[in-house]
Design a protein around this ligand. Structure first.
Ligand code: MN3
Length: 202
């Protein structure tokens, strides 16, 4: 069964002023749509066509560039839209707050670490907060459309929060000021969703 571009649970303009409507529209309807189409084209009539996106990424042959780039792009953006909300921001609560506090010493330290991973990812890529089955969390970054589900890539856990630091994610509004975009992203993080993803894994 072919993968489908997910619709968003909010309008393109609802993350303003942090992420502008035009960026959201192009990002979702052009970029994510392109990854989705190209993923489907790459897996049609192959054994991968019967697998979930998680199964495809878990077992990925990194030399399969079409599936690596487009399967990663499909999955990464599906997560990205879900972990943002017009009512986002603030702090995580409960178990996830505790896990972050245990790992980083404070939420502020986590924010610094995550922002640094996002700001220092050279060129295009993503920064992640990942959860492990034992409840621990970790921060890492990946290049291009790679992600931590892929074998031998960066941290070993499952992504529960990710920020897209490709220029297409911020350039219209922020130009070269990636750190400003990263800072603004914290105002739209849907911690309820991130916590529910954490609870699914641990
Ligand atoms: Mn993107």
């Amino acid at each position: 069964m072919a993968f489908e571009l997910p619709s968003l649970s909010y309008d393109y303009n609802e993350l303003e002023p942090h992420i502008d409507a035009r960026t959201m529209e192009i990002h979702h309807s052009k970029h994510h749509n392109g990854y989705t189409t190209n993923l489907n084209n790459a897996i049609t009539d192959t054994p991968l066509a019967d697998l979930s996106i998680e199964e495809i990424l878990d077992g990925l042959d990194l030399n399969n560039k079409a599936v690596r780039n487009n399967g990663g792009g499909f999955y990464n953006h599906c997560l990205f839209w879900e972990i943002m909300s017009p009512n986002g921001g603030g702090l995580p609560k409960g178990v996830l707050f505790d896990a972050i506090d245990n790992e980083f010493g404070s939420f502020e330290n986590f924010k610094t670490e995550f922002s640094k991973a996002a700001a220092t990812q050279f060129g295009s890529g993503w920064a992640w907060l990942c959860a492990n089955k034992d409840g621990s969390v970790e921060v890492c970054s990946t290049a291009n459309q790679d992600n931590p589900l892929m074998p031998g890539i960066s941290c070993s856990g499952t992504p529960i929060l990710g920020i897209d630091v490709w220029e297409h994610a911020y350039y219209l509004n922020y130009q070269n000021r990636r750190p400003d975009y990263i800072n603004a992203f914290f105002n739209v993080i849907n911690w309820e969703k991130v916590t529910s993803l954490y609870n699914d894994i641990t």
